[in-house]
Ligand binder design. Sequence first.
Ligand code: F6R
Ligand code: MG
Ligand code: MG
Length: 369
Amino acid sequence: MEEKITISVIKADVGGLCGHTEAPEELLDVCDCILEEAVDEILIDYYVTRCGDDINLIMTHKLGVDNEKVHGLAWRAFEEATKVAKELKLYGAGQDLLAEAFSGNVRGMGPGCAEMEFVERPSEPVIVFCCDKTDPSAFNLPLYKIFADPFNTAGLVYDKSMIGGFKFDVLDIIDNKQVTLKAPEESYQLLALIGNLEKYCIKRVYRAKDNEIAAVVSSEKLNLIAGKYIGKDDPVAIVRAQSGMPAVGEILEPFANPHLVPGWMRGSHWGPLMPVSEDDARPTRFDGPPRIMALGFQLSNGRLIGPNDLFDDVAFKRAREKALKMADMIRSMGPFQPHRLPETMLEYTTVPEIMKELKGRFVEVEKKK
Ligand code: F6R
Ligand code: MG
Ligand code: MG
């Protein structure tokens, strides 16, 4: 049995400078120190970064997914970062740590988490995507394109490892159910579900011929966990590339044509997902527009070689310009749909209170005989 490596990306927003713009270096340094101490004992390697106000801990180890030691370590890093965030009176200090104390794993406790375990191939390219000001369903469209659309991924036609298609675990985030659908055979059923960003999000993708894990998304819904709005879910995803998986360029291709995602200001607006470099992942305009960054690594016996900041390239300049044009266009709608999210997706809403106040002022309208 060949030994398996796990890559775990655990993220949380524990404070911003200023407002919800960016997690500052001070917080990243604290996380770095905590993870550094755990190398050899728990981790093989790690990389700490941030996308907007979210800290992303990218970690490799041999302990499998949902491991208590790894999750406990991430929790401790976020707790220590929270202490500094509180000292500096950063905005929203500790906001994503919903529980008082760590218990077993971070699921349901606030932080988002994407993990996969596999036998490292002779050469193992992986891409870690980190987003800010959007939610996990932002990955539905690009993952469909990457793993089910031959107009995006030429390898679906030309690589015999992929011609058998891919399987998608689709999560119903409202009713807490999951279904697995296979493309290309069930691609219409798949689209019927994942085109609805209110209810469904892709959790995992597997290569059909051997069930090899290909992609995973953090799918925690903070507001559903906490029962109230306490921040957006700002997802992360891990995607394996090359040698029988989509090529790096096929994985990046969907982001050359920005799509509209839920999130942005107050987690309550549709906005274009703008692909940016690590340095440009600082949402400002109307707290956005929503951003995504892509860090490419090669694994070497679990060591993270890299990252290569993949959207830091002229090839994505036009996508950024297009996203900004889309932003101008949709911003002009202000509080009107379709800029504003539908009622069920609003993270902040005053509508129930307004309805309470106006209750007595609504009068029946006579029906036509
Ligand atoms: C969206 C986000 C921000 C805040 C907005 C208001 O995910 O984090 O757009 O919703 O800045 O924040 P508060 O209510 O903290 O003043
Ligand atoms: Mg925030
Ligand atoms: Mg955020």
